[in-house]
Design a protein around this ligand. Structure first.
Ligand SMILES: Cc1ncc(COP(=O)(O)O)c(C=O)c1O
Length: 384
């Protein structure tokens, strides 16, 4: 039974935020309302009467747009009819991949800190998560441990790049090591790339699927929620070789069967936007990151490197009471400071670091400043 699983930490902390009237830098949803043209397209499609079940694999227009997007940004040649599946968000896409591919006893290599939906679903299917911890502060790959985590029973690697919660963007050299392990163990990869366009500075997002030998072994997941700042729409898409996508599509047919047609239609338009749109997605987020990082650093809350996503990790060692862990700290911070952050232990299977918390910067300047003001007041009280 899933009764042993708690309510996700994001939901729990957002509920606390509402209760305390706190500034919510916990859950990753942007203040940005999303483009008006896409919102209007979604509304018009409903009004114009497109409200019945769309095709199970997704509207052709959206599957074609996903294939064109993958060609435009990564040079991938994808057959939209057999190699693209539209899902109700990346969350469903991940679930479909696990449901469609895993058998009891299969092993799945996860890189921690790992997004919190992977392990519970994998375990529920009787498969075995094999977590490997990235090493802070640079979140580097421990190559020996990684190699040791692969075995003859490894079916999948789950790779999240750019990575929530730590903002790491995997380099080509790191991806090459992962690709080599996948080939050596005749395994596959599920690549959660929902933050593919949210990459800052000199960092570049490289899909594992583009590395030699990986085209037939990778399922690549994207999400309109992150690319167009519309997280509530829950439109995801999987690109993968037909043979691998077929069992995943079977799972999709039993889980949701299909996804709201008006939202698919609008996302198809979005994926077709010009290069200027895509080139401009990351800059406001990078500014939000810098604003938050500068403020936190000045308050004595140092941050770890962050090259992408909506999130940055901070080290709160200095502010922990004796014996206090990250969860207790975050709860206390909501009550005392009125600011919600997420404890990093939520992203570990066991024995997590207890001094790290995650903050979200995909917010308006006013929201970030309000959080910093409250933290400043709180810090002043701690120092007296
Ligand atoms: C790493 C990662 N994967 C998947 C998701 C879920 O995406 P969606 O909202 O499209 O279901 C999120 C959302 O925060 C995420 O951070």
């Amino acid at each position: 039974m899933l009764s042993a699983s708690g309510t996700t930490i994001f939901e729990a902390m957002s509920a606390l935020a509402r209760e305390h009237g706190a500034v919510n830098l916990g859950q990753g949803f942007p203040d940005d309302r999303g483009r008006l043209d896409l919102r209007r397209a979604a509304a018009d499609y409903v009004i114009d009467g497109h409200n019945q079940y769309p095709p199970m694999m997704g509207l052709p227009a959206l599957r074609q747009a996903v294939a064109a997007h993958d060609r435009r940004f990564y040079g991938l040649e994808v057959d939209w009819q057999s190699e693209v599946l539209v899902t109700s968000g990346a969350t469903e896409a991940l679930c479909d991949c696990f449901l469609g591919l895993l058998e009891a006893g299969d092993e799945v290599v996860l890189l921690e800190p790992a997004y919190d939906t992977y392990a519970p679903v994998i375990r529920r299917l009787g498969a075995i998560p094999r977590p490997v911890r990235l090493v802070p502060p640079a979140w580097s790959l421990p190559y020996d441990e990684l190699a040791a985590a692969f075995s003859p029973r490894t079916k999948l690697l789950v790779l999240n790049s750019p990575m929530n919660p730590c903002g790491k963007v995997f380099s080509r050299d790191e991806l090459a090591v992962l690709a080599e392990l996948i080939l050596r163990h005749d395994a596959f990869a599920v690549c959660d790339e929902v933050y593919e366009h949210l990459v800052f500075g000199a960092a570049r997002h490289i899909p594992l699927m583009t590395l030699p030998g990986m085209r037939d072994r990778v399922l690549r997941i994207g999400s309109a929620g992150k690319t167009f700042s519309i997280t509530g729409w829950k439109i995801g898409y999987i690109t993968g070789p037909a043979a691998l996508l077929r069992p995943v599509t079977k799972a999709h047919q039993f889980v949701t069967f299909t996804t709201a047609p008006n939202l698919q239609h609008a996302v198809a338009l979005g994926l077709g936007l010009d290069d200027e749109y895509f080139a401009g997605i990351a800059a406001p987020l990078a500014r939000g990151r810098d604003r938050l990082v500068t403020g936190l650093t000045a308050l004595g809350m140092p941050t770890l490197p962050c090259d992408g996503t909506y999130f940055v990790v901070l080290d709160v060692t200095r502010w922990l009471r004796p014996g206090e862990d990250d969860i207790a700290f975050c709860r206390r911070l909501v009550a005392e400071a009125g600011v919600v952050l997420i404890p990093m232990s939520a992203f570990y299977e066991s024995g997590p670091p207890r001094h790290l918390v995650r903050a979200c910067f995909c917010k308006e300047d006013a929201t970030i400043d309000a959080a910093l003001d409250r933290l400043r007041t709180w810090v002043a009280v701690q120092r007296t």
